[in-house]
Structures are given as structure tokens and as C-alpha cells.
Design a protein around this ligand. Structure first.
Ligand code: SAM
Length: 211
């Protein structure tokens, strides 16, 4: 799959630039912090358990969840990202892997957070990714997904470090994501659109596995 290898090599190339860009970002994003706090509370209310931060990048969200009392670990396609995550959060577990084929047993996790990572998965591969999330989630497990709102695909050819990369980011409506989730056996419990008047709003969708 060309998109997968392009995404991997792009984030390998740009890992340090991306990590610098998002350092401390959660401090400036109250709606993201509130969503993560709610997610942590809902996972705890359901009895706790491991939570996978899928497409964790440099691990700042994984670290935030850990600080919120969640047994969080990170998975990312890019080995360079995972190296940075391990360096910055040496007390946490990070593994290289892909959301298209997670190296996790069925029903292994109580929750999944996927913040702005499914944005790199093309439409025709999203249903398979959501089925994979449902496979590794416990029955009634919770998914929190964050993504750019819109209906276009943006191609990026220069990374934050100024080096050439090649990666697509797909913007989606919450309704489109909700439809894919429904087809994959999830019930959407809540949606939040952050910055609805911005050029590119962000969406956060909380969904629970029916299985
Ligand atoms: C925009 S960054 C988001 C990183 C982090 N979640 C955040 O909120 O800042 C996208 C991340 O998703 C990872 N990624 C993209 N496709 C992936 C896949 N198929 N499986 C796992 N990780 C993936 C990339 O390597 C990158 O680290």
C-alpha cells in the first residue's frame, strides 16, 4: 500500500519537526484536554484497563492519559516517532505498528484514542481500520477519534523541518465518520466540533463498541 509507506517515511523524515510543533500543545487546547479527561473518566467508570493511543506520534497524548490515571500505551507507524516517544516518556510503552493490522489480541484493550491519525487513511481503508479497532476493543470498549473536519484531501510535500515528504491528510464530516463507525459495530455517544468557524475545524467523536 503506497499510502502506508509514504505516510511512514514522511513521519520518519519529519518526526523531530512534528514533535517540536506539538510540544506543549495540549496546554493551549482546553477542548482537547476536556475530551481526554472525559475519556479517562468513562474508561475508569467501565472498570479501567489498557488504552491504546493509536498513531501516538511523539507520545504527548499517551503521557497526558497516563497522568490522568489511565493505563495508556502508544502505537505508531513511524519508528522515528516511537523513538522520540520512548525518549520523552521513558516510563511508558510505545511500539511500532499499524492501525490497519494491530499486533493486539482480540478484546485486548478497554479503550482506543486515535488523535489525528486516521486522517492519513484513505476512504477505502477506513472501514477495515474501524473493524480492527472493534476487534481489539473489549465489548463496550470506548473509542475517541479526533480529525480535521471538511471534505477535501490535503497533500503535504514539505515537513516542519523543511525536508521533502509526501503525505495525504483527509478531512471528513462527523456524519461520514459516524456512518463508518456504525457499519463497523460502534455506537456514537457524543461528537464535539472545535472551532466550527475556523478554516479547518477539529472533530472529536466518542463511540462505543457494540460487541
Ligand atoms: C498528525 S500525527 C498525530 C500524532 C498524535 N496523535 C497527535 O495528536 O499529535 C499522525 C500520526 O499518525 C501516525 N500514523 C499514520 N498512519 C498510521 C497507521 N496506519 N498506523 C499507526 N500510526 C499511523 C503517524 O506516523 C503520525 O505519528
Amino acid at each position: 500500500m503506497a499510502w502506508l509507506s509514504d505516510t511512514r517515511s514522511s513521519y520518519d523524515t519529519d518526526a523531530s519537526g512534528y514533535a517540536e510543533k506539538v510540544r506543549g500543545l495540549l496546554d493551549e487546547r482546553p477542548y482537547l484536554r476536556a475530551s481526554l479527561a472525559l475519556f479517562a473518566q468513562l474508561v475508569r467508570d467501565a472498570g479501567g484497563g489498557p488504552v491504546a493511543d493509536v498513531g501516538c506520534g511523539p507520545g504527548h497524548v499517551t503521557g497526558h492519559l497516563h497522568d490522568a490515571g489511565v493505563d495508556a500505551f502508544g502505537i505508531d507507524l513511524s519508528s522515528e516517532m516511537v523513538a522520540i516517544a520512548r525518549r520523552d516518556h521513558p516510563h511508558l510503552r510505545f511500539e511500532v505498528g499499524t492501525m490497519t493490522d494491530l499486533d493486539l489480541a482480540d478484546d485486548a484493550v478497554a479503550g482506543i484514542v486515535a488523535f489525528w491519525s486516521v486522517i492519513h487513511v484513505p476512504d477505502d481503508a477506513v472501514p477495515g481500520v474501524f473493524l480492527e479497532f472493534g476487534r481489539v476493543l473489549r465489548p463496550q470498549g470506548l473509542l475517541l477519534i479526533g480529525f480535521h473536519v471538511g471534505d477535501q484531501t490535503r497533500h503535504t510535500s514539505t515537513g516542519y523541518t523543511g525536508r521533502p515528504i509526501s503525505v495525504d491528510s483527509h478531512r471528513r464530516t462527523p456524519g461520514k465518520v459516524r456512518g463508518w463507525l456504525r457499519d463497523a459495530g460502534f455506537t456514537t455517544e457524543a461528537e464535539l466540533v472545535v472551532g466550527p468557524d475556523d478554516d479547518v475545524p477539529g472533530a472529536l467523536v466518542f463511540a462505543r463498541s457494540n460487541a
